[in-house]
Design a protein around this ligand. Structure first.
Ligand code: DAH
Length: 346
């Protein structure tokens, strides 16, 4: 039996070099592993092998099968490679002139991000940076966001394995790393680093376990805003956002605040806007941002005295703004790198 198996493998090795077409390969394989193949016949002989010898015999058959499968895989790969080479034809002509590469341009999301920063700079905001890999503390705890908040759910958030480590993010022993779900963590990083008055925006990339469709992407961008000083009121918040949206979306743009809940602001609002851009989308009011007055518990977690300081915060999606400004109806266009799309913003 063993000899028979050896000779099947050996003869397959000898004959394989003559196989150079798909049809040839099928015939070669059928002769060994087909219904009447040499290997199949040996396997059928299994029934007549004494019971105690069967495990050893089975092992030999498996070894032979593995060797033959490797042989099949190899020969099939070289046949495929040869087919591709034939289809591609003779090698490339290096004397052909290359495509004329026009000058590049900024991605529409970058253009919108720069415009947002430009507008806020006019009224005294600076740009602060955070990190895309965050800790639960910066992303949630310090923002007064309880452990049972849905954003902390494994379903909604990309967590790293417990043993992951990242140089520039400070993490407590039992905390987890995650890809930040919003830019609000930059509020905490900024307040821990600087004393009031604070006036920052922070554009950047965020991540959520969203199923991708026309309006959702697992990877997206937000801009966060934070203003902390003495005697800051909701009126300041409304004035700043009104100014921003009118600059961004054109004269006559209106905003309205609707009461809402965020753990890190009290009171909290959702912001809707109304502008001529909306004619493109066929609606009157569209939700565009979340905002509110910084919750005292957040000041506590960064060591600011809530009796002395007050402030406002806001956050909004950059894709959302870009889609409104440019009349784009599918968020996926931003990430597909399709030149036909991108060149419209050059
Ligand atoms: N972090 C919120 C989100 O991702 C947006 C937000 C709401 C930011 C209210 C804020 C805020 O700073 O005050 O949906």
């Amino acid at each position: 039996m063993e000899e028979e198996l050896n000779s099947i493998v050996e003869s397959a090795k000898r004959n394989v070099s003559a196989v150079n077409s798909r049809a040839g390969f099928e015939a070669f394989k059928a002769e060994i592993s087909g219904p009447n193949g040499t290997l199949t016949r040996v396997m059928k002989g299994m029934g007549s092998v004494p019971k105690e010898d069967r495990p050893a015999f089975g092992k030999l058959i498996n070894e032979a099968k593995t060797e033959l499968q490797a042989l099949y895989d190899n020969v099939l790969r070289s046949i495929e490679e040869a087919e591709i080479a034939e289809r591609l034809g003779p090698s490339i002509d290096p004397s052909l002139p290359s495509y004329a590469l026009g000058p590049g341009s900024l991605h529409p999301l970058t253009q919108i991000r720069e415009e947002i920063s430009r507008i806020f700079k006019q009224i005294g905001f600076t740009v602060a940076e955070g990190t895309e890999v965050e800790t639960e503390y910066y992303c949630f705890d310090a923002l007064n966001t309880p452990a049972d908040h849905p954003a902390r759910d494994l379903q909604d958030t990309f967590y790293f394995p417990d043993n992951a480590s990242f140089g520039n993010v400070s993490k407590k022993e039992d905390e987890r790393y995650l890809l930040r779900t919003h830019t609000s963590s930059v509020q905490i990083r900024t307040m821990l680093q600087d004393d009031p008055p604070i006036r920052i925006i922070s554009p950047g990339r965020c991540f959520r376990r969203d199923t991708v469709d026309a309006t959702h992407s697992a990877n997206f961008h937000q801009v966060e805003g934070l203003y902390v000083d003495k005697n800051v009121t909701v009126r300041d918040l409304k004035a700043v956002l009104d100014y921003f949206f009118e600059q961004m979306l054109g004269k006559g743009t209106k905003t309205r605040f609707r009461p809402h809940f965020f753990p890190y602001t009290e009171p909290s609002f959702e912001v809707d806007f109304s502008s001529t851009h909306l004619a493109k989308l066929g609606s009157e009011w569209v939700e565009i941002a979340g905002c509110g007055m910084v919750e005292p518990a957040v000041f506590d977690s960064v060591g600011y005295d809530p009796e002395v300081y007050s402030g406002f915060a806001f956050g909004m999606g950059i894709e959302r703004i870009a889609m409104i400004v440019y009349g784009i109806d599918d968020i996926r266009y931003f990430y597909q790198n399709d030149h036909r799309f991108l060149k419209q913003f050059a």
